[in-house]
Design a protein around this ligand. Sequence first.
Ligand code: AHR
Length: 495
Amino acid sequence: MKNNVIVNADITKGKINKNIYGHFAEHLGRCIYEGIWVGEDSSIPNTKGIRNDVLAALKNIKVPVLRWPGGCFADEYHWKDGVGPRENRKRMVNTHWGGVVENNHFGTHEFMLLCELLDCEPYICGNVGSGTVQEMSEWVEYMTFEGESPMANWRRENGHDEPWKLKYFGVGNENWGCGGNMRPEYYADLYRRYQTYVRNYGGNKIYKIAGGANVDDYNWTEVLMKNAHWLMDGLSLHYYTIPGDFWLGKGSAIDFPEDEWFITMKKALHMDELITKHSTIMDKYDPDKRIGMIIDEWGTWFDVEPGTNPGFLYQQNTIRDALVAGLHFNIFHNHADRVQMTNIAQTVNVLQAMILTEGEKMILTPTYHVFDMYKVHQDAELLAVDSTFGSYEYNGETLPQVTVSASKNAEGIVHISLCNIDHQNEAVLDLDLRGVIGVDTNVTGTIITSDSMNAHNTFEQPEVVKPATFTGVTVENNKLAIKLPAMSVVTLAVK
Ligand code: AHR
């Protein structure tokens, strides 16, 4: 069956917050250490300890916001261990991730420098699980207070005169699990207490994010909203796409059968239902949608690469991950009224990473390329889309074959992003672009696809999966006729 899509170029539905393209970097495996931080004395070219190749790659995709230091690590992190002369910093055990030594060489100053170099907003996640209210309060004072105070003076002694601008602050992480195994009622009370002391100093206004639900724990959202909605700016949600079972075997990142392709797409599409249902609960207490849904962990989670440390969560990244990324962005765009930020897990060397490194070598993953292709949607106006999709059938189950979203940027250029999630069949589309198509219409496109389900880039062959010019679109009878190959992500630009 054909796929029919109508894009109404003259009906806008609000801005796609650029923070939907946010990232998450945790002290986990080789994400921070080696992936980002190599130290000033490293032979790997770096800027004050941060590797240049990774910096340049991340700058190219316009990272708008970066979440740090965890994750589960956040609720074990004591920020005071990570400031001052590096040689004096406390060495601790990263108990959650592999039991390795954490030397605290990457701390607050290094993270803020990274954000400055990337020109992105820092999003810091505070410690509720094992930290005190005072500790959290003093961290905010250390970072943002301009005048004279014990923490601001200490920051100056440590080499940073001016306070930093800090907008996003998370009050704990996964407090239903690694962040303290709390009940929602208990966490709601703690949230109310801790956030009281997350102060706004001078002109710095903090956007406070409460720790949200795991997957479909709608009761968590209900209890948090009911008891604390007026004290929060954002409420988080975590959902990972796992083809198998979290404990019994998640499935291989590269070596997977056809049915795992299908189930991965099905589970990734589940994000739409989760956003809709959590949003409905939020609407009850916040009908004006003042509070943002902050999906600060999402992405694929597979079994670790054989032979690697199970605590490091290192996995390869194939064209399947590219489809997962593209279809998530289409979902996030289409919920842009409520979804104000998302942070893929994680930036380098962990889970659905943009970048993989091996010593001084670096490669870009298929997921990275989707972030690059979709960056045109950042801060653009979402356009109204009506669609009837063909079916993607497998083993008696059916999914929509295509997902789509469209936006118009400040220059009036319309961008349409399409994913054909079908692993076997081309998708044929009629796309009616109301209010745009004329004699002078110019349509260009970029595609990422492959003939094989598990195509991926390696250090030996870094360009197996990469974007190319899309030639499968023609303008016919004032409509676009599009042919999307199986397993493809396409972004069109209509001028
Ligand atoms: O991203 C890996 C881990 O997944 C995070 O530390 C935690 O918040 C989640 O369970």
